[in-house]
Design a binder for this molecule. Structure first.
Ligand SMILES: Cc1cc2nc3c(=O)[nH]c(=O)nc-3n(C[C@H](O)[C@H](O)[C@H](O)COP(=O)(O)O)c2cc1C
Length: 265
């Protein structure tokens, strides 16, 4: 079923769109309902190793960009109570580039893996399965060549996936959107088998919930340093997946959510 065409095409009537949505939602919601909690119990013994193993996405052969560790976010004087009401969806960005140090600082605070066992982040993860991976499409970032990067959350560096301006192809993915001049697109993907292995199909819901939690952390951290952000859930999946070189058949990894970021115009 081609949802992208059917759900977004202007030629589809409201009734057809609703009818198809009900059909798909039924399949998804029913297939991911839980009949018993045995599969979700945290105290099942013995715990299979696959439920606790950390699956890192590592690009051994790709060049890296080291990131600084300065904590802009932590030195801010603003309280959470002051930051929360400042958040809004920014869709018009300025040509002023964001700087790599600020981006690194947000990633350090929000996406970096920490703790003694490298199993902690600021956002929660169902069963600590961490299905979300972070990618940066750098369009206008001072100190960073335009290109597509994977964020290595374990050693706080970027893996260089491609060095060409990604806005050309991503614009096609966001063609139904009215978003101008973002400095970067942060792309959150889900590697679904990480969570399926413990929770079965329910894990798909968990991956999407986690992406929302992760995105909100990024949004607030960016808001704190006066960057604008808009969440983009309406994108053409295949184009974003291709920009990141994702392999659905082999890795079962798909883009879940995009965040456009930059200085508001
Ligand atoms: C899951 C999710 C997906 C979204 N997708 C888009 C999108 O594709 N395009 C867009 O312009 N805004 C998108 N938004 C932003 C909403 O349109 C926006 O939050 C809403 O209009 C309220 O405005 P505010 O964020 O300024 O308060 C999305 C928000 C969420 C939570």
């Amino acid at each position: 079923m081609n949802l992208e065409k059917k759900l977004y095409s202007e030629n589809v009537s409201q009734d057809d769109r609703l009818g198809e949505s009900i059909t798909v939602a039924r399949i998804f919601e029913e297939a991911t309902q839980i009949e018993s909690v045995s599969g979700l119990a945290e105290d099942s013994t013995p715990v299979p190793e696959a439920w606790t193993a950390i699956n890192r996405k590592i690009y051994h052969r790709l060049p890296k960009v080291a990131l600084n560790n300065s904590k802009t976010i932590k030195s801010s004087q603003k309280s959470l109570g002051e930051i929360l009401p400042e958040r809004y969806s920014c869709r018009r960005f300025s040509l002023k580039p964001i700087c790599l140090e600020d981006l690194a600082s947000i990633l350090d605070s929000v996406a970096r893996t920490g703790g003694d066992t490298l199993q902690q982040r600021v956002y929660p993860s169902a069963g600590m399965r961490w299905p979300i991976e972070w990618y940066i499409a750098a369009i206008n970032v001072s100190g960073l060549e335009s290109g597509v990067y994977h964020y290595n959350s374990f050693n706080h560096s970027l893996d260089v996936l491609a060095l060409e301006n990604p806005w050309n192809s991503l614009q096609d993915a966001f063609q139904m959107q009215d978003i101008t001049c973002p400095s970067a697109i942060i792309i959150l993907t889900s590697i679904f088998p990480r969570t399926w292995i413990k929770y079965g199909a329910r894990g798909s819901r968990f991956a999407h919930m986690e992406a929302g939690a992760a995105a909100m952390c990024f949004d607030l951290a960016a808001t704190e340093i006066e960057l604008g952000v808009v969440w983009i859930g309406g994108f053409i999946d295949r184009i974003v997946a291709d920009a990141l070189d994702l392999n659905w058949d082999m890795e079962l990894e798909m883009p879940t959510l995009c965040l456009a970021v930059g200085y508001p115009s």
